[in-house]
Design a protein. Structure first.
Length: 214
C-alpha cells in the first residue's frame, strides 16, 4: 500500500506549477473563510457523542492521494473516534508523517483535529450501538492509545502491532462491539485494506453533520 501512495504522490507534474502572487483581497478572503469555519466547528462540537466517527478532508497533496484510494466515496481522507472526557471532546486517531513525529496514536482536542488551516471540511457519523458497546469501544480505544501503537506505513490490515488511520478505527469498533458491526473492505488488485469510506458507508452508520469550509 505504501507503494500505491508513493505512486499517487509522484504523479504530479511540477513543471506546470506557476508562481502565484497572493493579493491583499485573497488574504482577507482566507481570513474570513477561517473565521466562518471556526463558527461551524463550534456549532458542530455539541452534536458529538462519545463513540462517534469523526472524519476530515485534508487539503495537502498526501491527503488528496489518500482520499483518491477510497473506492466508493472519495470525500474524506482521515478519520478518528470521538471521546468526551471532562466535558472536552477529544478525537483519537492514527497519524503518520511530519505532523506526528513519534508516529503514535494521537489524542487531539476536536478543534485541533477539525482545524480549517489544513482541512477543507469535516463529517460526524454515528453507529447504532448500545451503551455497553460504546463503553467497551472507548475502553478499546484508550487501551490502544496507552499502548502507543504506531502508524503502519505498510498499510497492512493483517497485522495489529501498527495501524493506519482507518485500520485503527475499524479494529477499535470490532474489538469494542464484539463483532456486532460488520464492515466491507476494499481491494486494489489482491491488496485488501479498509478505506475511510468503508467506515461511514457501513449500513448502521448515520451522518450527523457534514461541514464544508467555504
Amino acid at each position: 500500500m505504501s507503494c500505491l501512495i508513493f505512486l499517487c504522490c509522484s504523479c504530479g507534474n511540477t513543471s506546470n506549477y506557476k508562481n502565484y502572487v497572493v493579493s491583499k483581497s485573497d488574504s482577507l478572503k482566507e481570513v474570513k473563510r477561517i473565521e466562518r469555519a471556526f463558527i461551524k466547528i463550534d456549532s458542530a462540537r455539541p452534536l458529538i457523542k462519545t463513540g462517534d466517527l469523526v472524519v476530515r478532508t485534508g487539503s495537502d497533496f498526501t491527503s488528496e492521494s489518500l482520499r483518491s484510494l477510497n473506492q466508493r466515496d472519495k470525500t474524506y481522507s482521515h478519520c478518528g473516534i470521538a471521546s468526551i472526557e471532562n466535558d472536552t471532546v477529544f478525537v483519537y486517531h492514527a497519524l503518520g508523517g511530519e505532523w506526528n513525529p513519534d508516529q503514535k496514536i494521537r489524542r487531539d482536542v476536536f478543534d485541533n483535529f477539525a482545524e480549517p488551516y489544513s482541512n477543507r471540511g469535516i463529517g460526524i457519523y454515528r453507529y447504532s450501538l448500545a451503551p455497553d458497546d460504546i463503553k467497551n469501544l472507548v475502553e478499546s480505544v484508550h487501551q490502544l492509545y496507552r499502548l502507543g501503537v504506531m502508524f503502519d506505513m505498510k498499510f497492512d490490515l493483517q497485522t495489529s502491532d501498527r495501524m493506519y488511520c482507518a485500520e485503527f478505527v475499524y479494529k477499535s469498533y470490532l474489538l469494542g462491539c464484539n463483532g456486532k458491526l460488520q464492515f466491507t473492505t476494499s481491494h486494489i488488485g489482491k491488496f485488501e485494506f479498509i478505506g475511510v469510506d468503508d467506515l461511514f458507508l457501513q449500513p448502521l452508520c448515520k451522518e450527523q453533520k457534514k461541514i464544508l469550509y467555504q
